[in-house]
Structures are given as structure tokens and as C-alpha cells.
Design a protein around this ligand. Structure first.
Ligand code: PRX
Length: 651
């Protein structure tokens, strides 16, 4: 690591053209936190409001009078801001470029005018099907243009969308449909990933057989691959049959800034995934502004974020941020290694991508294949690289900059969360020199702090837990249907502050270095998995008495899933059972939660009061048995010796 420079100045030619250049950052940042009302009032002018807000920030993190409201008397429609207002100046500009899974299948360019018409047709169809303002619509689609159309059509008529990632299982779909009582589901016959068909409609069918999903009246099915599906009438309707004949204008619903825009489920340290609720005005202001500043967006950029729309990155930085800004965004249906490991770079050359935003796990997986697949492409169109989702190790950062970016481009490492709505800590690329592995400095208006275990704010160089001292417009407003869980999860640990769940260090230059989750959430390839969810899936098996799940360092995924399983007395350990358990987790949650390793545990290390000591299990999973620390408080210290003996030792 010693040969990696500690700091990389902003490339001169980039700085020369950047909207926010050297010296501007400190001044703008100071202004943004000195007078947040004035600052965010001015930023809000970037949107088209039906009624301009006069109340800007109305927030209290005090538990006795807890509320978070932004622009509370403003009115606007998100789809109008993403579409209609661009029609006069950018009607023929490409809004979305669709690059299919199969490189030989035709790509599509969808202009703002076409996208507007498609959204309007679907908006009308949804209204005809009885969907009204405030109703919930579940979207379970592949990475196709209709996914963005579906989100924006909901926004147009004031319905609240809940996008479920296409890799989730029927069980996970059912949980999410049940929790928000969805009225309608939009899916496709199948998705395609690396030439493999994903049976989306069949998964929806299986989900809707589960109890508690009876609220769903209609399933709209996009014909995508043409694969055979089972249509159950009158519930199931072909999307094209219902939508294509609709008028291509649709009266937008006038929304209050604090009306919900969407729910997105995310894993926490306890229980089932929670429905993170984002509202309309603050969210749209925040994602459009962060998208413009963090990516130094220019009118002719071709911007590509490789995330799936099923995650928050896809919501904020494929759909809402870029489209609110009138940008051209690329949607890629496929995977980085199909047909080969050069695909990302070929797509960049094919569509002349200028800004590329991906996850460290993809960078590491591609880095492992060597420089060859990258070097055989030009990538000359690129001018900025971004990273998101998990800590990026300096080696991967440097490979990204030096090989993918030929050493000539700025790299931004952007830290944020589903809960934050948009980018919170990131270099402003023309203004802030980068340090590999550091997300650098807070975005305008964002006030991070580092606290110790007692919630004392640490100054200067420090390491501890990352909190936010004040609100920002993109902050989530509640856990859908469970205000108390929202407060308990984020505002009880350190009263008066938002707790991120991440550990963090700040260096002498005021740069922030995220060290990873400090709660029972594992970040696997940039996807959040709650250990409690995996444990629940394992103990559903009749032969399992108890399970404990922890994360461990993984070369490609960042973290892997390590499960300790205690069988019911008399049951035999076997490879077949191990496979069955892995399969059980996949079918309960989805492939993203696949355990990397299952260790049989005759017993688990517990305190005398019966609490599992995960710290010890983590160290064993990390193959660091010499760092177990104090085990004297265990009810039965001998279980540790047997777990250590049988641990997985990486080759
Ligand atoms: O632990 C942090 C990590 O991902 C978590 C948020 O996950 P999610 O809500 O799924 O959103 C991912 C996309 C924004 C955070 O609590 N994380 C995200 N970005 C970074 C990161 N960790 C380190 N560096 C990052 N740039």
C-alpha cells in the first residue's frame, strides 16, 4: 500500500472546467451551514413548484417534539420536474439510453418527449385501474426503461411506489406487499441477466399466494423476453394491452412537498426489513442538487450508474436526480461479466459515456481479471469516475483511477445510505483533492460528527460512530407505518442526533474515512443484509435449533456471510444439509443473502444471561482466534475452543 500516493490533486484540466472549483468548496460549505434556511431556499429554486415554499426547514430531533419537515407549504409534482419542464428545451434530448443484456440486441434511446408520453399513458392506465393518490404500487421489474416509467407514472398520479429488487424471492416480495398493502404490482414476464432468464412473473405469482397479499387487485405484466407466463384472469393484465391505447398526456397530481414519493425496504439490525419513506419536495431538491454538484454535471454528459433501480442508488441517481436535471442516463440490463469481463468498458465506448458510477465490489471483481479486458477498450469519452455502496480499499481505488481512468480522471467515493436519500460525504470533484479510501468531506448543508460510545462529539482527529447533527432535505421521514421504529432506530442511541450505524474516522485534514457498519448489518457486495433476517431464515428449517450470523472480510464482496448453526439434538451434520440450508436462505430472502459458509456449532458462546457474544463469533469468522478478547464472562467458555478448532481457514 505504501506505493499508493496518499492524496491526489484535482486534475488540472478537470478543475479548469468544473462548476465548483478550488476554494469554492470551503466558502459554499460555510455558507450552507451558517444559514441553512437561506441556503436550501435558494437550492429549491432549481425545481418547478406549483406553489413555491415559504417554510423551508422545520426540524426537531428532540424526542419530545420530534418532527422533520422541509418545504412544508410547497407543492410540486416529481414527474413534472423530471419530464414536462424539459419538453420545451430538451424534448428531443435522450433521457434514457437502454443497453440490453445481449450486446447484439438493439440499444434504445428514449427522448424526454417519448418518456413523457410513456409515463402519461401508464399514469392514465393506473388511474383507470383505480389507483389513487396515496395508494401503494409495488414494482418488480428488470433494468428496463419501463422500470423508470413505472416509478414516474406513480409519481405523476401521487401513488407511492415500492420497488422490489428483481433478485428478491417470492417471500421477500410478499413481505413487502403485505407491509404496505399494495394495490397493484407491475412486473415483467422475465428479466435477463448474463443470458439467464429470471422468472419475475412466476415469483410474483408465488408471492401473491401467500397470506396477507390479498390487497393486490391487479398485476400488470410487461412483455420483455416473451417467455411463457401463467396469466390469472382477471387479476393479471398485459401491460401493453392496458397502456398502449391510453392518451399520452396525463394531468399530474398536485403534491405537497411532504407527501410520500416512495417506500424502499432496507435491512436493519433487527427484525424484518423496514420501509424507508421518502417524501416529494426535499428528496427531489436533494437528489437533483447532489447529482449536479458531485458529478459536476454538464448538459452534454452521458451519465451511467450501474446500480439496479431496486436499490436507492437507482432511485436517486438513475431516475430522479438525473431526470430532474435533464441529463442523459444509461440503464444497463446486464452484468459486468457477460459476454465477458470487458462489457462495462465496451458499453462506455459504444454510448460515449462521460460519467461512470459503480460499486467497489464490481471494481474488485473486474480488477481480478487483470488490465487486459480494460486496456482493449478506449474509454476516451470518460471524464469522471464514482464509487458507492461500501468502503473502497485503496488498491481498488487506485486500479479504478489508473487503469479504468488511465490516470487522468477524478474519482469520487460517495458515502450515503437509503435513509439519507442522496450523497452526504463525497469529494466535489473540481474542488477537493481525493485520498484513496476516504469519502473526503461533507456535502453542502450536511453536518456530520463523530461521537464516542457515550455520544460525546469528538473534535479534530477522531474515530468513533458517524452521526448527523442536523437534518438535510433528503432525509427519510419515517419507517412506513411505524414512526416509533424510525425514532428508536436512528434517534435514540445518541439523543438529538441521527445515528448512521457506521463507524468513521476523521483525519487531521478533516477527511472522513468510513470504517463500516457498527451494528448487525452486513454489507455484501454493497447490499445490506440484516444478520437477524438470515438467522430467521435458517431457524425455519426443522433440523435447526439455533443460528448466529456474522460478517467476515471477503476479497470481492467486501463482506461475506458466515453462519453458525446448532442442530436439534439427534440431527446429523452433513454436506447435504448444509446445501439445504443455503437453499433455504436463498428462497426465503434471495440470492444476495446466500451464506458463504456454514459452520456447525455444537454450542454458541453466550453470556450467563443468554446473550450471544457476536464479537467472539466475528473474530472466529475472521480467522483471528488469537484476538478473541475476554471470554471469562461466558456461561460455557469451552464452546469457544471447539468453534475455533472447526473454523473455516481460508486457503
Ligand atoms: O455502511 C455504509 C455503506 O452502505 C451503507 C448504506 O447502504 P444502503 O442503504 O444500501 O445504501 C447504499 C448506497 C448508498 C452505509 O451505511 N456505504 C455506502 N457508501 C459507502 C459506504 N461505506 C463506505 N464508503 C462508501 N462510499
Amino acid at each position: 500500500m505504501s506505493d499508493i500516493p496518499a492524496i491526489y490533486p484535482v486534475p488540472e484540466d478537470f478543475a479548469a472546467k468544473a462548476a465548483i472549483g478550488h476554494g469554492d468548496y470551503e466558502r459554499l460549505y460555510a455558507h450552507s451551514v451558517r444559514d441553512p434556511d437561506a441556503f436550501w431556499a435558494q437550492v429549491a429554486e432549481r425545481l418547478d413548484w406549483d406553489r413555491k415554499p415559504t417554510r423551508i426547514r422545520d426540524v426537531s430531533f428532540d424526542l419530545k417534539d420530534f418532527h422533520i419537515r422541509w418545504y412544508a407549504d410547497g407543492e410540486l409534482n416529481a414527474s413534472v420536474n423530471c419530464l414536462d419542464r424539459h419538453l420545451t428545451t430538451r424534448g428531443d434530448k435522450t433521457a434514457l439510453v437502454f443497453e440490453p443484456d445481449d450486446p447484439d440486441a438493439p440499444a434504445q434511446n428514449v427522448t424526454y418527449r417519448e418518456l413523457h408520453a410513456r409515463v402519461c399513458r401508464l399514469g392514465n392506465a393506473l388511474r383507470n385501474l383505480g389507483v389513487r393518490k396515496g395508494d401503494r404500487v409495488t414494482i418488480y421489474l428488470p433494468m428496463i426503461v419501463d422500470a423508470a416509467v413505472a416509478m414516474l407514472a406513480c409519481a405523476r398520479i401521487g401513488a407511492i411506489h415500492s420497488v422490489v429488487f428483481g433478485g428478491f424471492s417470492p417471500n421477500s416480495i410478499a413481505d413487502r406487499v403485505r407491509d404496505c398493502r399494495s394495490k397493484l404490482v407491475i412486473t415483467a414476464d422475465e428479466g435477463l441477466r448474463g443470458s439467464k432468464a429470471i422468472p419475475l412473473k412466476a415469483n410474483v405469482d408465488a408471492a401473491l399466494k401467500m397470506p396477507g397479499t390479498e390487497t393486490v387487485e391487479t398485476v400488470l405484466v410487461v412483455r420483455h423476453t416473451g417467455g411463457a407466463v401463467d396469466m390469472q384472469m382477471p387479476r393479471d393484465r398485459w401491460f401493453d394491452a392496458v397502456v398502449d391505447s391510453q392518451p399520452d398526456t396525463c394531468e399530474p397530481e398536485r403534491m405537497n412537498a411532504e407527501d410520500p414519493l416512495f417506500i424502499l425496504y432496507t435491512s436493519g439490525s433487527t427484525g424484518k426489513p423496514k420501509g424507508v419513506l421518502h417524501t416529494t419536495g426535499g428528496y427531489l431538491v436533494f437528489v437533483s442538487y447532489t447529482h449536479e454538484c458531485a458529478f459536476d454535471l454538464k448538459e452534454d454528459d452521458v451519465y451511467w450508474c450501474t446500480a439496479d433501480v431496486g436499490w436507492v442508488t437507482g432511485h436517486s441517481y438513475i431516475v430522479y436526480g438525473p431526470l430532474a436535471n435533464g441529463a442523459t442516463a444509461l440503464m444497463f440490463e446486464g452484468v459486468p461479466n457477460y459476454p465477458d469481463f470487458s462489457r462495462f468498458w465496451q458499453v462506455i465506448d459504444k454510448h460515449k459515456v462521460t460519467i461512470f458510477y459503480t460499486a467497489p465490489t464490481a471494481i474488485r471483481a473486474l480488477m481480478r481479471e487483470g488490465d487486459g479486458p480494460v486496456r482493449k477498450t478506449s474509454r476516451a469519452s470518460l471524464r469522471l469516475l464514482g464509487s458507492v455502496g461500501e468502503p473502497i480499499n485503496p488498491e481498488a481505488w487506485r486500479w479504478y483511477r489508473d487503469v479504468v481512468g488511465d490516470g487522468r480522471l477524478p474519482v469520487i467515493d460517495t458515502w450515503w445510505q437509503t435513509e439519507t436519500g442522496g450523497i452526504m460525504i463525497s469529494p466535489i470533484p473540481g474542488a477537493i483533492p481525493a485520498k484513496p479510501g476516504s469519502a473526503t468531506k461533507p456535502f453542502f448543508g450536511v453536518q456530520p460528527a463523530i461521537v464516542d460510545a457515550n455520544g460525546v462529539v469528538l473534535e479534530g482527529e477522531a474515530e468513533g460512530n458517524l452521526v448527523m447533527l442536523d437534518s438535510w432535505p433528503g432525509q427519510m421521514r419515517t419507517v412506513y407505518g411505524d414512526d416509533q421504529r424510525f425514532i428508536d432506530t436512528y434517534f435514540k442511541t445518541y439523543p438529538g442526533m441521527y445515528f448512521s450505524g457506521d463507524g468513521c474516522r476523521r483525519d487531521a485534514d478533516g477527511y472522513y474515512w468510513i470504517t463500516g457498519r457498527v451494528d448487525d448489518v452486513i454489507n455484501v457486495s454493497g447490499h445490506r443484509i440484516g444478520t437477524a433476517e438470515v438467522e430467521s431464515a435458517l431457524v425455519l428449517h426443522p433440523k435447526v435449533a439455533e443460528a448466529a450470523v456474522v460478517g467476515f472480510p471477503h476479497d470481492i464482496k467486501g463482506q461475506g456471510i458466515y453462519a453458525y448453526v446448532t442442530l436439534v439434538a439427534g440431527e446429523q451434520e452433513s454436506e447435504a444439509l448444509r446445501k439445504e440450508l443455503v437453499q433455504q436462505v436463498r428462497s426465503e430472502i434471495g440470492p444476495t443473502a446466500t451464506p458463504d459458509y456454514i459452520q456447525w456449532a455444537p454450542g454458541l458462546p453466550k453470556t450467563r444471561s443468554g446473550k450471544i457474544m457476536r464479537r467472539i463469533l466475528r473474530k472466529i469468522a475472521e480467522n483471528a482466534p488469537d484476538q478473541l478478547g475476554d471470554t471469562s464472562t461466558l456461561a460455557d467458555p469451552s464452546v469457544v475452543d471447539s468453534l475455533v478448532r472447526q473454523r473455516r481457514v481460508p486457503d
